[in-house]
Design a binder for this molecule. Structure first.
Ligand code: ADP
Ligand code: MG
Length: 557
């Protein structure tokens, strides 16, 4: 037994701290604070962007917390937890990723002096959890429902939420333009849960104002063969055949071995090959479809054949595009052209192949099943369009959330200040140490408005004092006041339509508290002895004794 325990102690790599107790905790907290400091400046409408380039030379410019965290490649085991919560916030609600990291970092920063003074982490954890639950209850109480409004009203309310999300992004200058687009797209797909029903296509060139929404499907023209130019490029109410088969002349000599005794028989083989493909093409034409799309190649023979019969075709259509066409037009993807009945054909009001920038696009509009929308994004640099896509993704998620949960809270730090005030007030009635801990939780929440000010170049202390005073008014009339990003003062965020879905805040506070508690509850890090010994052995030297020991251990089994 003793010999099995021993390796764990020697195995800790040199310089791995003392790796136990208080110093370990403090070092974990420091690592998390360092990570939070990286994303700190990206928060809010005046937040800065980060340019990250990896060893392969790819550069990404982003303002999105989750994206930055992912690209940072954090190796510190404790700080990795922050990366994970940013990711899960992204998946769960789609926005608030910077907020969640920042909050977690701030909770830990507030906890640090207590830990250093010898407070037991469990006491802190307990108080943080209580405070978190109270905060969430308070958000639920403060949230305003937008349920029961007419579609037009709802549309404009949702657009406000989307605009708040977009205001912190590179495309913030055009936030209203894109917010309307996002809301239209989300409303178009209705209650469909599949996010990929909203396609985003990126076409470099032009300005972002040239971006547009297709109420239906759009995808880039696929590779085409001779004869394609003679095909019609515009249809009204066409029938659409969707295939997952190759329409190409296949010479069977690669697939089969055929022995011939008479050279004349060779012709019959060739004929058979031609007959097979002509038979397939004929069936496609007979189905009555005016547009034939296939996931696999449509060769030159087929292209010409269709062109002669005024049919449009496209081969090698990407799988998700084909699925979206199927969903939108009500068609079904076929794996054979035998028995193509009318029911499997899709239809739409208008089809067109059209020039967008330097690319040609196949656009299907007025699809009967609705349920899909495609945003064609334009813009200068690749990095710019990619960041625009990520920003739109945030906005889309937010609008979907707001549609489902449809309660919103005031943004711009207003909700954070209000919860903070509420917790301070509550803490006054608590006797004992936990009063201090709840106070520090409350103080940590102020990081959001403070950072919004810092990032905008305002005097954070000044603004925060004003906010505290406003929120402390006994009448409660200041509850909706947040940072006014335009004037550097404070204003009623709710009245200014700086809104956020309540679920974003609730999830952010919850996840940040959980992460902070998790990190506080760790007081020892043990590195996996196995990987460590592999390293040791590779380096030769000190691994010897242990290697022998484990060898015996294995044999014993
Ligand atoms: P996250 O990744 O956490 O969503 P953002 O960079 O999108 O971070 O910043 C979101 C914060 O910015 C929220 O707290 C939101 O209330 C605030 N915010 C957004 N628009 C405005 C605005 N026009 N005025 C003040 N605050 C705003
Ligand atoms: Mg955001």
């Amino acid at each position: 037994m003793a010999s099995m325990m021993q390796p764990q102690i020697i195995l800790l790599k040199e310089g791995t701290d003392t790796s136990q107790g208080k110093p370990q905790l403090v070092s974990n907290i420091n690592a998390c604070m360092a990570v939070a400091d990286v994303v700190r400046t990206t928060l809010g409408p005046r937040g800065m962007d980060k340019l990250i380039h990896d060893d392969k030379g790819n550069t990404t410019i982003s303002n999105d917390g989750a994206t930055i965290m992912k690209l940072l490649d954090v190796v510190h085991p404790a700080a990795k937890i922050l990366v994970d919560i940013a990711k899960s916030q992204d998946l769960e609600v789609g926005d608030g990723t910077t907020t969640v990291v920042l909050l977690a970092g701030e909770f830990l920063r507030e906890a640090k002096p207590f830990i250093e003074d010898g407070v037991h982490p469990q006491n802190l954890i307990r108080s943080y959890r209580t405070a978190c639950n109270m905060a969430i209850e308070k958000i639920k109480e403060l949230a305003v429902s937008i349920e029961g409004k007419s579609l037009d009203e709802k549309r404009s309310l949702l657009a406000k939420c989307a605009a708040t999300t977009l205001s912190s992004k590179l495309i913030g200058g055009e936030k209203d333009f894109f917010a309307t687009m996002v809301v239209d797209a989300v409303i178009a797909i209705g209650s469909d849960d599949r996010l990929n029903m909203i396609g985003i296509k990126k076409v470099p060139g032009g300005t972002m104002r040239d971006s547009f929404l297709v109420n239906g499907v759009a995808f880039k023209k696929t590779f085409s063969y001779a004869g394609f130019e003679q095909q019609p490029k515009k249809f009204l109410n066409p029938k659409i055949l969707l295939l997952n088969i190759e329409l190409e002349l296949k010479s069977e000599k690669e697939n089969a071995e055929i022995r011939l005794s008479d050279p004349l028989q060779y012709q019959s083989i060739v004929d058979a090959e031609w007959n097979i493909i002509y038979d397939k093409l004929d069936k496609c034409v007979k189905s009555g479809a005016k547009i034939v799309l296939s996931r696999l190649a449509i060769g030159d023979l087929a292209t010409q054949y269709f062109a002669d019969r005024d049919i449009f075709c496209a081969g090698r259509v990407a799988e998700d595009d084909l699925h979206r066409v199927a969903a939108a037009t009500g068609g079904t993807v076929q794996t054979s052209v035998n028995n193509v009945i009318d029911e499997v054909l899709g239809s739409c009001e208008a089809f067109e192949e059209k020039q967008v920038g330097n690319e040609r696009f196949n656009i299907f509009k007025g699809c009967p099943s609705g349920q899909t929308a495609t945003i064609v994004l334009r813009g200068g640099a690749d990095q710019f369009i990619e960041e625009a896509e990520r920003s739109l993704h945030d906005a889309i998620m937010i609008v979907r959330r707001a549609m489902k949960n449809s309660t919103v809270v005031a943004g711009g730090g207003a909700i954070d200040m209000e919860i903070s005030r509420y917790l301070w007030q509550h803490a006054r009635n608590i006797a004992g140490k936990s009063q201090l801990f709840i106070n520090s939780f409350a103080k940590a929440l102020e990081v959001i408005p403070r950072q919004l000010c810092d990032n905008a170049g305002f005097d954070a202390t000044d603004v925060l004092n004003k906010l505290r005073q406003k929120h402390a008014l006994p009448s409660g009339e200041g509850a909706l006041y947040g940072v006014d990003i335009n004037t550097g003062g404070i204003s009623d965020s709710f009245a200014n339509f700086v809104w956020e879905p309540a679920v974003v805040k609730m999830n952010a506070i919850n996840a940040a508290t959980e992460a902070a508690c998790l990190i506080l509850s760790v007081d020892e890090t043990v590195k996996n002895p196995k990987s460590e010994s592999a390293q040791g052995e590779a380096a030769g030297g000190m691994g010897r004794g242990r290697g022998g020991g484990r060898g015996r251990g294995m044999r014993r089994r």
